[in-house]
Design a protein around this ligand. Structure first.
Ligand code: NAP
Length: 248
């Protein structure tokens, strides 16, 4: 599998896991387009860093929740680069609350970003992938979607649905040379985790058999594997990168 000069789209990449994935792809010679919600400075500095690595990079402020805007963005990426080979659906948020305190807006915002956002980007890429009879989609899900976590009914529901989407689309498109997989991270050290109190972080660490939090690079390494020649017979899988947290 020669990744050099392929073109990837990574959603939600100004920070955290998405950023590490963009840097990993760039190190493999892949040209990258990514979007973000509001963090223009972080996106600009990532774009600069990636260009220095000798590949093309385009960051765009596009709300992943907006079907039409996402389509316009991805159509523009295809026009600019002439191809799209890889889609990484990474943009995601949490809004943790007990169900009794969760408003319809708290529910909807998480579902719209994590689940509908993935649909929006996949829908915008899929005809290109079907026509060229190749393409790889990796959805960044969560162990929360596999085992459930308290105060995350909205988030766990969005991620569980992403896992089901992954399996269905893998079956639907395998005959066209398209592979669709998901990565389910455990607790990864990013801004998302900064919303947890120190006490909660200690409790989390006690739950992780490998005894440490994950890094964005742990997740990016799995992306590299899934795109590599070693993973060409893998599709429809949900791969846990969680230090053993959700061993079942
Ligand atoms: P993060 O550090 O909070 O970064 C989130 C990224 O998504 C940012 O680039 C943000 O852009 C972007 N984003 C958020 N809402 C968006 C929107 N409406 N439109 C476009 N972009 C949007 O998060 P992370 O920890 O790296 O998480 C990345 C993915 O991994 C998520 O899907 C998350 O659910 C999943 N995950 C994370 C963990 C963890 O422990 N960190 C565990 C399991 C799964 P701005 O910078 O502009 O806000």
């Amino acid at each position: 599998m020669i990744l050099k000069n392929q073109v990837a789209i990574v959603t939600g990449a100004s920070r955290g896991i998405g950023r590490a994935i963009v840097l990993k792809l760039a190190s493999l010679g892949v040209h990258v387009a990514f979007n973000y919600a509001k963090n223009k400075d972080a996106a600009g500095s990532l774009e600069k860093e990636v260009k220095k690595m000798g590949v093309q990079c385009q960051g765009a402020c596009v709300d992943i929740k907006d079907f039409n805007e996402v389509k316009k963005w991805i159509d523009g990426v295809k026009d600019h680069f002439g191809q799209i080979d890889i889609l990484i659906n990474n943009a995601g948020i949490i809004n943790d609350k007990a169900l009794m305190l969760m408003s319809p807006e708290d529910w909807q915002q998480v579902i719209d970003t994590n689940l509908n956002g993935m649909f929006n980007a996949a829908r915008a890429c899929i005809i290109t992938f079907l026509k060229q009879k190749s393409g790889q989609i990796i959805n960044i899900s969560s162990v929360s979607g596999l085992i459930g976590l308290p105060r995350q009914t909205n988030y766990a529901a969005s991620k569980g649905a992403m896992n089901a989407f992954t399996k269905s689309l893998a079956k639907e498109t395998a005959g066209y040379g398209i592979r669709v997989n998901a990565i389910a991270p455990g607790f990864i050290e990013t801004d998302m985790l900064s919303e947890f109190k120190e006490e909660q972080k200690k409790q989390i660490l006690d739950m992780v058999p490998l005894g440490r939090l994950g890094t964005p690079e742990d997740v990016a390494g799995c992306v590299e594997f899934l795109l590599s020649k070693h993973a060409q017979y893998i599709t429809g899988q949900i791969i846990q990168i969680d230090g053993g947290l959700a061993i079942r």
